[in-house]
Design a protein around this ligand. Structure first.
Ligand code: SF4
Length: 251
């Protein structure tokens, strides 16, 4: 099979509905090791979009990256697929497998709390490792991690190496998605930091529906709390028309 040139996915915890319980997705941070915890996770996440080959709903950040890539390259070169079926979409044409991440090694505050400081393995980490370990070892494509959790691999580069990650992308790619892909294909450094702050008008609208119907209405924050990550980014407000179109996207 030829496959797609660029295959995008996310770990299974980012595709589960968690019964639409408010804050339910935080249960992706509970340990995957004890039987009781496994039973709770099984009960609380019966419906997963990972059971669809092409994702009808995808995490918001993955949709943004998909849109930027489709604009810079061609839409038919990019597939947003389930981690369970990813091998079906990888073929001779595949140059990059891109993985959107939120808390891939379990270093976020909720995972750290639920796992007693890392004594156990949170589902976020378990599912990310499961996804990466199923990729063929003998391969002609690059494995790239992005999204708000990619910093964890810069902090733990030994885990990135162990799990077969070639590149770690950190930053806002909305204006540079195609450029970043070219760099990766041509052999960029392991950690790629994008120092860009696209104006709201240049953040592309989504091409498909998002998990939990999330729509981006603003990026960054101007309030100035010193401990906060969004505060590191300039505040921008997405134009109403784009927000409306994103909300209307149906799966
Ligand atoms: S905690 Fe962060 S996002 Fe919240 S108001 Fe402060 S700077 Fe903004």
């Amino acid at each position: 099979m030829d496959g797609y040139e660029i295959v995008l996915t996310a770990d299974e915890t980012l595709l589960a509905e968690y019964r639409n319980i408010p804050l339910g997705p935080f249960l992706s941070c509970i340990p995957s090791d004890p039987i009781l915890s496994r039973a709770v996770h099984h009960l609380i996440s019966p419906k997963s979009h990972a059971n669809e080959e092409f994702l009808s709903l995808a995490p918001l950040g993955l949709r943004k990256f998909e849109s930027a890539l489709a604009r810079d390259l061609r839409k038919d070169k990019v597939a947003v697929v389930s981690p369970k079926f990813i091998k079906k979409f990888i073929g001779e044409k595949t140059k990059v497998v891109g993985i959107h991440s939120m808390d891939p090694i379990g270093l976020g505050p909720v995972s750290t709390m639920f796992t007693m400081g890392g004594k156990y393995t949170p589902y976020t980490k378990y599912m990310t490792e499961k996804l990466l370990m199923q990729l063929p070892e003998d391969r002609n494509f690059k494995v790239v991690i992005g999204g708000p959790g990619s910093w964890q691999f810069e902090y733990k580069t030994e885990v990135a190496k162990q799990w077969g990650i070639d590149h770690i992308v950190i930053g806002e790619c909305d204006r540079k998605a195609g450029e970043v892909m070219e760099q990766i294909i041509d052999g960029a450094s392991t950690v790629i930091k994008i120092r860009d702050c696209p104006p709201a008008e240049e953040i592309p609208p989504n091409l498909g529906a998002t998990m939990f119907s999330m729509a981006e209405v603003m990026r960054g924050c101007g309030r100035g709390c010193k401990f906060c990550q969004p505060n590191l980014r300039k505040a921008r407000y997405i134009p109403h028309e784009i927000v409306r179109k994103d909300i209307e996207k149906k799966c």
